[in-house]
Design a protein around this ligand. Structure first.
Ligand SMILES: *Cc1c(COP(=O)(O)O)cnc(C)c1O
Length: 390
């Protein structure tokens, strides 16, 4: 294999991007409107129910339930709030440890921390980019004991209550293998499917495998409510607890204010849900465009030595939320030059998140060996991925 020089590599990458993305100022990801957004928003304003009352929230929840196949859906104000409420509803308490991959958006770790629990970082799989179940098993065998059905970290003495797998950039992680490991160690699963609405693992929607899953409808996700999130679960008790916690833990009553624990003001406003209903109608079309964009990039990058596009894992359908280049070890040192040149040319490329164990607030958290996460950090580059590009 002939090694490309830095200059050749950078210019070939830029040329490939230009052949797909005609807009010279392409941002990483923009929302796509053009369906019933104006109509539903107008209707919402006319009804005066722009906040906690109104019909769109329940409608959005039931449409999400139908789409994902999740029996219960609780819509909340963000994906981060969804994670926090799902974790608390699943019994995560302060001083528990929660296993999360080192490569994820910081919100996954923040939600754990908001509950006084402690993120415990584990490594990723180079193929799926998600948590690696085999590495997790080996790590737990080394550091944990089962005590009365609970998984206890031998070093810290804390209970390892939960694991949060993340479907990175929309690509489903190996959830079957993870479920086996989690079962063996008495750990429950809360799936962070914030990026993977529309993605399936062996035919089932991501976010429906664990005790609960969460979605995000932030402005940069595949569909948006402006800001918003949802908790998916097939457990009616968890659903009602999540709904209760996200609406200030108020006991239903026609006029009295009685709250039986400290809840949150995390309910999704009706105005945002109205936008969500319109966006969800467009999701099949957006998924098709995302896949077409992947095909266009695949073709454009096919001939560049050492540069691959991240593809959906076998048996899975990815929503291809963010298109991602993976640089071969031999050219990883070119990453910053590629980022720099493409930005100068008006294309917004991004490296993957800084591994969370390198962030100051998380320096002291427990962690496994993280060679794959650290190596992927130098290898991955997100490309402009808006649906309108295809
Ligand atoms: C976006 C995102 C979140 C948080 O969602 P918000 O709606 O922005 O709060 C959590 N985890 C991952 C992996 C995300 O990409």
């Amino acid at each position: 294999m002939t090694l490309l020089s830095k200059e050749e590599c950078v210019s070939q990458v830029l040329k490939a991007i230009r052949s797909v993305v005609r807009t010279p100022t392409a941002t990483l990801h923009e929302p796509t409107f053009g369906g019933n957004e104006w109509r539903y928003l107008q209707d919402c304003l006319d009804s005066t129910f722009v906040s906690s009352g109104g019909t769109y929230v329940e409608r959005y929840e039931s449409e999400l339930a139908a789409y994902t196949g999740s029996p219960y859906v609780v819509a909340v104000s963000s994906g981060t709030a969804a994670l926090q409420v799902a974790l608390r509803s699943a019994g995560v308490e302060s001083d528990d440890e929660v296993l999360i991959p080192a490569l994820t958006f910081v919100a996954t770790a923040n939600a754990v921390t908001y509950l006084g629990a402690i993120p415990h970082f584990v490594d990723c799989d180079a193929r799926t980019l998600g948590l690696d179940p085999t590495a997790l098993r080996i790590h737990l065998e080394n550091i944990a004991d089962l005590q009365g059905g609970k998984c206890v970290n031998r070093t810290t003495g804390r209970v390892i209550r939960t694991v949060i797998p993340v479907h990175v950039f929309g690509h489903p992680m190996e959830i079957d293998d993870l479920s086996e490991v989690a079962n063996t160690f008495g750990i429950n699963i809360i799936e962070d499917a914030a990026e993977s609405l529309g993605s399936t693992f062996k035919g089932n929607h991501t976010g429906t495998f664990g005790l609960a899953g969460v979605l995000s409808f932030n402005g940069n996700k595949i569909i948006t409510t402006g800001g918003g999130g949802a908790i998916l679960t097939n457990d009616p008790e968890l659903a009602s607890r999540a709904s209760h916690l996200s609406t200030t833990a108020k006991i239903a009553h026609d006029w009295e204010y009685v709250h039986d624990e400290i809840g949150y003001n995390y309910r999704l406003p009706n105005l945002n849900a109205a936008l969500g209903c319109a966006q969800l109608e467009k999701l099949p079309d957006l998924l098709e465009r995302k896949r077409r964009l992947f095909d266009l990039y695949s073709e454009a990058f096919a001939m560049i030595e050492g540069v691959d596009l991240v593809t959906e894992p076998p048996g899975c359908a990815s929503n291809y939320w963010l298109q991602t280049l993976c640089l071969d070890e031999s050219i990883r040192e070119y990453r910053d030059a590629i980022l720099h040149h493409c930005h100068s040319a008006g294309f917004e490329l991004r490296p993957v998140w800084t591994p969370l164990h390198w962030l100051k607030p998380y320096w002291t958290c427990p962690k496994a060996n993280l060679p794959v996460s650290e190596s992927l950090y130098r290898a991955l580059i997100n490309l402009p991925s808006s649906a309108h590009l295809a």
